[in-house]
Design a binder for this molecule. Structure first.
Ligand SMILES: C[S@@+](CC[C@H](N)C(=O)[O-])C[C@H]1O[C@@H](n2cnc3c(N)ncnc32)[C@H](O)[C@@H]1O
Length: 417
């Protein structure tokens, strides 16, 4: 078990993130799993690491204001750590400077100390200078995202969206009524907070380990429920969840079906299917069959092709995830402009493979957690042109800055012939 302070752990995470292709969540989980930090120190390390990733452009702007010369990457990481404490946290100034300088090697110490002390002295002018910068700098979002959202949603909504993405996300859970009723859940776990607009969802302040282990609830955002409700699966039906892992929506579908009928839960990723299986077992889902298949490779599995067609199909497609950016702190640094043409191609390939499996009269719901029209409304228009026997019945689109939950999209199509 490595003994590292919270600041050391955050610094190690920053270095790993900068020098590898790994996801921020995976880096942090690995470092925390081998750490002996207390609960509050773990939270502090997480806040430092995620907070810096959320505010990277702005922090680097401030560093650039105070240091025009060359700066090596390790010194920059240390400065990012110091600036985040000084400008975003209530860390007393002497502690922020002293504890950060203490992590520097002997040769970098004077430089880090000098810049951080200068930052303490010039905090107000630095804040003022930031206000004169573009939204991209002020909210640390790549300019191409700002440009596309401004075109799609207006400048005002884009500013609101960027601020939304920078606020840590609350944690919500769906009460799993296959295991426990809502009143029982609320009396057994009184620290959870019911959400008036969504009866079977609660807001969590602490992760209720026991409730999760017992399958009494599953961590997911209320916006995920809307697409399951749009599909309206009934007890006894034959349902395909085409992109099912890790299973949040499969669990909800099985609940709506009262554990009667059959859900084929399909995914292309064997590791994720294992997690899906474990999750559904814990949730008490008894009607799921698991199939590993990549829809992009054409022919559906023999076991599926032989059936007379599904009553209902959910395609919860892989997507750019721009509706859940507040939960994926490094997503904005991974996305590239070409992703917004690559993703729709992949999504359409999946739909093309899945649509023939829907029986006449059957319902298909296509969903994403993206807020981009190319992956949502435009894609459904293209699929409707290609498959004229599908009739578009309903569309829902949740926008974080308007609806106050994660962004999500769902389209309900019925096969008329
Ligand atoms: C948005 S996630 C699904 C989330 C899931 N429905 C839930 O609620 O937990 C998309 C899933 O699609 C899978 N996937 C991506 N491309 C696929 C393909 N071509 N064929 C099958 N599954 C695919 C991914 O492995 C991923 O697990």
């Amino acid at each position: 078990m490595a003994h590292r302070s919270a600041r050391e752990l955050a610094l190690a995470a920053l270095r790993d993130w900068r020098t590898s292709e790994k996801f921020a969540d995976a880096i942090l989980a690995r470092l925390l799993s081998s750490s002996d930090l207390s609960g509050p120190d773990r939270a502090f390390a997480t806040e430092l690491f995620y907070g810096i990733l959320r505010n990277l452009i702005l922090i680097d702007f401030w560093i650039g204001e105070l240091r025009s010369g060359r700066l090596d990457d390790n010194a920059r990481d240390l400065l990012r750590l110091g600036f985040y404490q000084l400008f975003f946290l209530e860390t007393p100034e002497h502690a922020a400077v002293y504890e950060t300088v203490a992590l520097a090697g002997p040769r970098a110490r004077a430089l880090i100390n000098g810049i951080l002390r200068n930052a303490v002295r010039t905090k107000d002018p630095l804040r003022g200078a930031a206000k004169m910068q573009t939204l991209s700098v002020q909210t640390s979002h790549p300019q191409f995202l700002i440009d596309r959202w401004t075109r799609n949603f207006s400048a005002e909504n884009t500013a609101a969206l960027c601020e939304w993405n920078n606020r840590p996300a609350p944690i919500y859970a769906r009460i799993n009524r296959l295991r426990i009723s809502t009143p029982e859940f609320l009396s057994k776990y009184p620290k959870t907070e019911p959400i008036p607009a969504r009866q079977n969802f609660v807001r969590l302040t602490n992760i209720p380990t026991e409730a999760l282990a017992e399958g009494h609830c599953y961590i997911q955002d209320p916006s995920t429920a809307a697409v399951c409700e749009l599909l309206e699966p009934k007890a006894g039906e034959y349902v395909l969840d085409a992109c099912a892992a890790p299973g949040g929506k499969t669990g909800h579908l099985a609940e709506l079906m009262e554990n009667r009928g059959s859900v084929v839960a399909c995914d292309r990723d064997p590791q994720r299917i294992r997690t899906l299986q474990e999750n559904l077992e814990r949730l008490g889902v008894e009607i799921a069959r698991f199939v590993e298949h990549d829809w992009a490779t054409g022919e559906p599995p023999v076991s599926l092709a032989g059936s007379s067609g599904f009553d209902r199909i959910l395609v919860d497609a892989p997507c750019s995830n721009t509706g859940v950016m507040r939960r994926r702190v490094d997503l904005r640094w991974r996305l590239r402009p070409k992703d917004f043409s690559r993703m729709p191609e992949e999504q359409l390939r999946i739909l093309r493979a899945v649509i023939p499996l829907l029986k006449i009269g059957g319902t298909l719901v296509y969903s994403t957690c993206s807020i981009e029209p190319e992956e949502n409304q435009d894609l459904i228009r293209a699929a409707s042109r290609e498959f004229p026997f599908l009739s578009l019945m309903e569309e829902i689109a949740w926008l974080p800055f308007r609806d106050g939950f994660d962004g999500a999209y769902g389209a309900k199509l019925v096969r008329v012939q």
